[in-house]
Design a protein around this ligand. Structure first.
Ligand SMILES: *[C@@H]1O[C@H](CO)[C@@H](O)[C@H](O)[C@H]1NC(C)=O
Ligand SMILES: *[C@@H]1O[C@H](CO)[C@@H](O)[C@H](O)[C@H]1NC(C)=O
Ligand SMILES: *[C@@H]1O[C@H](CO)[C@@H](O)[C@H](O)[C@H]1NC(C)=O
Ligand SMILES: *[C@@H]1O[C@H](CO)[C@@H](O)[C@H](O)[C@H]1NC(C)=O
Ligand SMILES: *[C@@H]1O[C@H](CO)[C@@H](O)[C@H](O)[C@H]1NC(C)=O
Ligand SMILES: *[C@@H]1O[C@H](CO)[C@@H](O)[C@H](O)[C@H]1NC(C)=O
Ligand SMILES: *[C@@H]1O[C@H](CO)[C@@H](O)[C@H](O)[C@H]1NC(C)=O
Ligand SMILES: *[C@@H]1O[C@H](CO)[C@@H](O)[C@H](O)[C@H]1NC(C)=O
Ligand SMILES: *[C@@H]1O[C@H](CO)[C@@H](O)[C@H](O)[C@H]1NC(C)=O
Ligand SMILES: *[C@@H]1O[C@H](CO)[C@@H](O)[C@H](O)[C@H]1NC(C)=O
Length: 405
């Protein structure tokens, strides 16, 4: 990746020579190869110098001893061939008044973000930390549930991107939002949201993908208070592997099909080699039903090699999401679920139900496969429930005959 950036950068050999020969001279119209930032200190905002460096240098180094004070929003869209070498820390100053008025908004789930990063051929690495300073936000949210809190990093219209070998801590809201991304890889990223007050680290999803294709999330460790990874509307060709998720709401497709007039797609998703501990859910698919909702398709989804520990709902399909049984019978889901594989799922639940596959009436689920389940509740007999679906695979017999509703 590094060499790709160098070869593809705007530098010609002669201008590179000029930069190296006269490092302090400003070379007009030519990107500098590498720039190293120091914190301004004295309560100053480091955002402007970081934005300038990202525009004018191929590589921006934030040294290990440096903490940048990010006090104003970061618009880093439309970049090409950039390497952000984050060895130190970028800390997002928790001035709630400022961010509430100035963070970048997205219509999707009325989200806001500190930082939009986009363009082509981008690399973020270096072993450093993105610190969302979430504590002030979680505490404020506890007494104001309408408070919008910023997502730490949004990859917006980003293509050919690698984010690796960094840590992210205490995001006020989701850690990562991949919005209209293509060919994006996250590798060896450690996420940790930990509240030191009685107010939890609310809504700290690890990754949400939206309108994105070809995303890989691998070899990472997550401690958070909401979805570990969530595949939202129009997420396609996604691989999630080797994640350890603790305290989360699991790995989820959806929820989909909520909005009338919209057609939602999640297709070709594999989540494999996942350790899921103390979580609300393990592997989950959720889609809306009822009157006045949308439609869509969930197709070719594999959840394989999950090792779960104290998970409330280790295996879930809920195709009557947020819908009463009677409304679901009257208005079945228009989000069809096809070609789903739950394979080699082991470990423990926290309650008696270890798997619940609840499809909508009206034959909305097809080709749902369950294989090699080894799940046990803390005590008593494991409960497997299913409705309106015909299961295939060697674990189907555990479910018995599915209910028809
Ligand atoms: C960060 O910058 C803001 C705005 O200049 C300032 O109010 C705040 O005190 C700074 N924070 C730190 C830790 O320097
Ligand atoms: C970010 O900056 C680009 C380039 O200057 C501009 O076109 C775009 O509108 C900005 N985005 C936002 C959300 O402000
Ligand atoms: C917080 O941001 C507001 C709005 O931009 C500004 O007026 C105020 O001075 C900032 N507070 C601090 C402590 O920096
Ligand atoms: C995907 O991105 C990586 C990293 O930037 C790049 O090496 C690779 O060539 C890209 N793949 C495609 C198909 O463009
Ligand atoms: C993973 O990232 C951390 C920094 O967060 C680094 O110290 C470690 O060496 C990386 N591991 C690998 C295998 O690259
Ligand atoms: C996840 O935890 C398991 C079991 O403790 C361990 O073997 C594995 O290396 C961990 N994976 C990562 C990516 O840290
Ligand atoms: C998702 O993709 C479908 C099919 O291309 C399209 O009709 C729909 O508008 C997309 N939804 C969003 C939110 O982009
Ligand atoms: C299912 O999705 C995976 C990626 O998650 C892909 O490798 C595979 O080819 C897809 N299978 C079909 C039949 O589309
Ligand atoms: C899913 O994967 C299959 C097999 O690779 C491919 O043919 C299909 O186009 C993919 N679907 C989407 C929506 O990308
Ligand atoms: C189930 O486990 C057996 C024994 O390890 C293995 O041979 C088989 O391929 C597994 N089934 C699936 C669908 O992976």
């Amino acid at each position: 990746m590094h060499s790709t950036i160098l070869t593809a950068s705007l530098l010609t050999l002669s201008s590179l020579h000029a930069v190296l020969a006269t490092p302090s001279r400003t070379v007009q119209n030519v990107e500098r190869a590498s720039c190293t930032l120091a914190a301004l200190g004295s309560g100053k905002d480091d955002s402007p110098q970081l934005l300038t460096a990202m525009q004018s240098c191929s590589t921006v180094v934030i040294p290990a001893s440096t903490t940048l004070n990010i006090s104003t929003r970061l618009n880093m869209t439309g970049l090409s061939n950039k390497h952000l070498n984050l060895q130190g820390t970028m800390r997002f100053n928790p001035n709630i008044t400022y961010w509430t008025a100035n963070a970048f908004p997205f219509a999707f789930q009325t989200s806001i973000t500190f930082w939009i990063l986009g363009g082509t051929n981008l690399l973020v690495d270096g072993g450093g930390t993105l610190d969302g300073a979430g504590q002030a936000w979680w505490d404020a949210f506890a007494s104001n549930s309408g408070l919008l809190r910023p997502i730490t990093m949004t990859l917006f219209q980003a293509t050919n991107v690698v984010v690796q070998n960094i840590k992210m801590i205490n995001s006020p809201m989701w850690f990562n939002f991949v919005n209209e991304g293509k060919n994006v890889t996250f590798s060896n990223v450690s996420l940790n949201a930990k509240s030191t007050s009685s107010h939890g680290a609310a809504n700290t999803d690890g990754w949400d993908t939206y309108r994105s294709d070809n995303v890989v999330i691998k070899d990472s460790v997550i401690n958070n208070g909401d979805d570990c990874v969530s595949f939202k509307v129009n997420s396609t060709n996604i691989i999630v592997s080797n994640l350890n998720c603790t305290g989360s709401h699991g790995i989820s497709v959806g929820s989909l099909g909520q909005f009338a007039g919209m057609f939602d797609i999640v297709e070709n998703v594999t989540a494999t080699n996942i350790h899921m501990s103390n979580a609300q859910n393990g592997a989950r698919i959720k889609a809306w039903a009822g009157s006045g909702v949308g439609s869509g398709i969930v197709k070719n989804i594999t959840f394989a090699n999950f090792v779960e520990s104290k998970v409330d709902n280790p295996v879930v399909i809920d195709q009557c999401y947020m819908t009463s049984a009677s409304a679901c019978a009257q208005f079945p889901s228009n989000t069809f679920i096809q070609d789903v594989f739950f394979t080699t799922i082991s470990g423990t639940s926290s309650g008696s139900t270890v798997a619940s596959l609840a499809c909508s009436p009206g034959a909305r689920c097809s080709d749902i496969n369950v294989n090699n389940f080894s799940l046990s509740p803390p005590s008593g007999t494991a409960k497997y429930t299913c409705q309106n679906v015909k299961l295939a695979g060697n674990a189907a017999s555990l479910f018995g005959t599915c209910a028809t509703t």
